[in-house]
Design a binder for this molecule. Structure first.
Ligand code: PRP
Ligand code: MN
Ligand code: MG
Length: 188
């Protein structure tokens, strides 16, 4: 079955996403090209996997790449408010500048949990790079997001969005675009 039929509408196409990822990668590369400390890019599984792959390939400065796994939504559409770190870093981030890469920041709970975690592991500073930012749902003050730069691709309107890594019940992550899911799909 075509997953496109489950979309109310498309918010960003593959082409629009790609253009914005290139801009973000250029901005990060420029900002950090003179960094005195190593740069570690840390993606948050599962949702960030496509964005992480795309942006990592377009960043032109040396970086290390790692993943952590945090879950807060389970199978539903609302944040549980209690993110759980279920898989930790492999690399040592002590003394490094960490860029946490997310697909979307909603309440901010996942991110604030991770930023504190990176600092407790000795990161010298923490920036955030999220493809989507949904400020209408924010529960955590952005000042808590590491004190570094907050890079974001687009501001997301208050819809339940899927694609480009983002899921509903583990589906739709593989869509190359970002769409709004039809209400009948997540209400049924
Ligand atoms: C989603 C998304 C972010 C987080 C944002 O992950 O990928 O990581 O929620 O929500 P918050 O700002 O309210 O914390 P999810 O918990 O669904 O896990 P997943 O990445 O495996 O889909
Ligand atoms: Mn996630
Ligand atoms: Mg999810």
């Amino acid at each position: 079955m075509d997953q496109l039929e489950d979309m109310e509408r498309i918010l960003w196409t593959e082409v629009e996403i790609s253009a914005r990822v290139s801009e973000l990668a250029a901005e990060i590369s420029e900002d950090l090209k003179k960094s005195k400390v190593p740069v570690a890019v840390v993606g948050v599984a599962t949702g960030s996997f496509i964005f992480l792959a795309d942006i990592a390939r377009r960043i032109t400065i040396p970086i290390s790449v790692d993943l952590v796994r945090v879950e807060s939504y389970g199978l539903g559409t609302e944040s549980s408010g209690a993110p759980r770190l279920s898989s930790d870093l492999k690399i040592d981030v002590q003394g490094k500048h960490v860029i946490v890469v997310e697909d979307i920041v909603d309440t901010g709970n996942t991110l604030s949990c991770l930023v504190s975690h990176m600092k407790s592991k000795g990161a010298s500073s923490v920036s955030v790079c999220t493809f989507l930012d949904k400020p209408t749902r924010r529960k955590v003050n952005p000042e808590l997001f590491g004190g570094g730069t907050f890079y974001r691709g687009f501001e997301c309107p208050d819809y339940f969005v899927v694609g480009y890594g983002m899921d509903f019940g583990e589906r739709y992550r593989n869509l190359a675009y970002i769409g709004v899911l039809k209400e009948e799909i997540y209400r049924s």
